[in-house]
Design a protein around this ligand. Structure first.
Ligand SMILES: [Zn+2]
Length: 137
């Protein structure tokens, strides 16, 4: 199913088909993602099309520069990133997708501090469970 997405100010708009819907939703605990705080869902690289505002997208890279994190240069919102673990895949900001919420009851956390490219394989760092906002610990 093709979904539409946008940054906060609307300068960047895109359509995307996810690999497995919201089943791929996860957070990552690497130094960058922990600060960014977004929940990402997976898409194949060619399944995301920027329909407006390509020139408003800017990119951040660090460490090995393999992962490319894209965000709107006007509102600063992260829209998607090209994965380091699989450069043919994108992580897409779930909160940017129309009619979707990042406040899922359970979100897996990837062990981004021990990246699969640096270690023997991907590991699960944990699972975040949200019962309601007041109970989150
Ligand atoms: Zn924007």
């Amino acid at each position: 199913m093709k979904m539409s997405g946008a940054c906060h100010c609307g300068a960047v708009q895109f359509t995307v088909t996810l690999i497995d819907g919201l089943a791929t939703a996860r957070r990552c605990d690497c130094s960058f993602c922990a600060m960014r705080g977004a929940v990402a869902v997976s898409a194949r690289r060619n399944d995301l099309t920027v329909t407006r505002g390509e020139d408003a997208l800017t990119r951040y890279t660090f460490n090995t520069d393999t992962a490319q994190h894209f965000f709107c240069k006007h509102c600063g919102i992260y829209t998607h990133h090209r994965r380091r673990s699989n450069p043919d895949e994108l992580g897409v900001n779930l909160a940017c997708l129309k009619d979707q919420t990042p406040f899922l009851p359970v979100v897996q956390v990837r062990d981004g501090r021990n990246h699969p490219t640096d270690t023997s394989g991907a590991r699960l760092a944990g699972v975040l469970r949200f019962t309601n906002a007041g109970d989150a610990r």
